[in-house]
Design a protein around this ligand. Structure first.
Ligand code: SF4
Ligand code: SF4
Length: 260
């Protein structure tokens, strides 16, 4: 891992890429943020965040109107699909969106800033990496690698069945059932499965060590298991439903009745 002293004048937000969504060709952007200190989330720990958002639609409007399709595809957790999204837009992401509105996209500058931060990267603080060309995602992921070449990022996609399949090298397939987990695994993906408390952990699955059920033993920034298959087999991770009561109820419905 690089030990880098953080420059007080270093940017906190940069646009890494702006272009047509692979999902519906609307203009979207990839914003790298939390570049100085990393995120403050208890579960993820300190990580540089990568937001994948509509370029010309305010994030809260995007989720209300369904324009988030351009960056989330047909994810069952979108508010217009019934909700349950793990990411909370809150006030922070809209601020990041506003701040980055006028910034010119510069992938190389984003990579330099990621390297200088010395922090691991979370791809998809909101939005799905399947909306973005794989070369852009892999360039960001490579910028975060340690000096030993090891992955230092996390990434997830709900669109594992239909997206550019190279994404499995760097992202987990987010799955909501045992059957979906088996299908994704057969297609060569490492999986992150969400389960209810009464569902078993399957053979070969590892309980997320940052989860409540594992005693919050670590953070994503230390663990970094959710980085796809890389050159190897990848790890299958499982976590219990968590979050607000509404979110948990929605996730339970989706897990128990996938078409709901
Ligand atoms: S989980 Fe990801 S892809 Fe699904 S709605 Fe939330 S941000 Fe979008
Ligand atoms: S397994 Fe590790 S990287 Fe994945 S969600 Fe849990 S703590 Fe984060």
């Amino acid at each position: 891992m690089s030990i880098v002293s953080r420059d007080a004048k270093a940017p906190t937000i940069l646009v890494a890429w702006r272009g047509k969504s692979l999902i519906d060709e609307a203009t979207i952007r990839v914003v790298v943020h939390c570049l100085k200190e990393g995120s403050k989330s208890r579960k993820t720990g300190k990580m540089v965040q990568v937001l994948i958002c509509n370029d010309d639609v305010y994030p809260h409007d995007a989720v209300k109107t369904g324009a988030d399709f351009s960056v989330c595809g047909n994810c069952p957790l979108r508010p217009t699909n019934g909700g349950g999204c793990y990411c909370n837009l809150g006030k922070h992401y809209p601020r990041v969106w506003e701040t980055s509105n006028e910034l010119v996209a510069d992938l190389e500058a984003a990579c330099v800033a990621i390297r200088a931060s010395g922090l691991p990267v979370r791809i998809g603080s909101w939005g799905d990496p399947s909306a973005v060309p794989f070369d852009v995602i892999s360039t960001l992921v490579n910028a975060a690698r340690g000096d030993d070449g090891r992955a230092r990022h996390t990434a997830y996609t709900n669109a594992w069945a239909t997206c550019d399949q190279r994404l499995r090298e760097v992202a987990m397939a987010s799955v909501l059932s045992e059957a979906e987990k088996v299908m994704a695994e057969r297609a060569g993906w490492a999986t992150l499965r969400v389960r209810t408390a009464d569902m078993p952990v399957l053979q070969g699955e590892v309980v997320c060590p940052a989860s409540k059920e594992a005693g919050h033993r670590t953070t994503c920034s230390n663990c970094l298991m959710c980085c796809g298959t890389g050159r190897g087999k990848g790890t299958h991770v499982v976590i219990q439903t968590h979050g607000s009561a509404n979110k948990v109820n929605r996730l339970h419905r989706l897990i128990e009745e996938p078409e709901s």
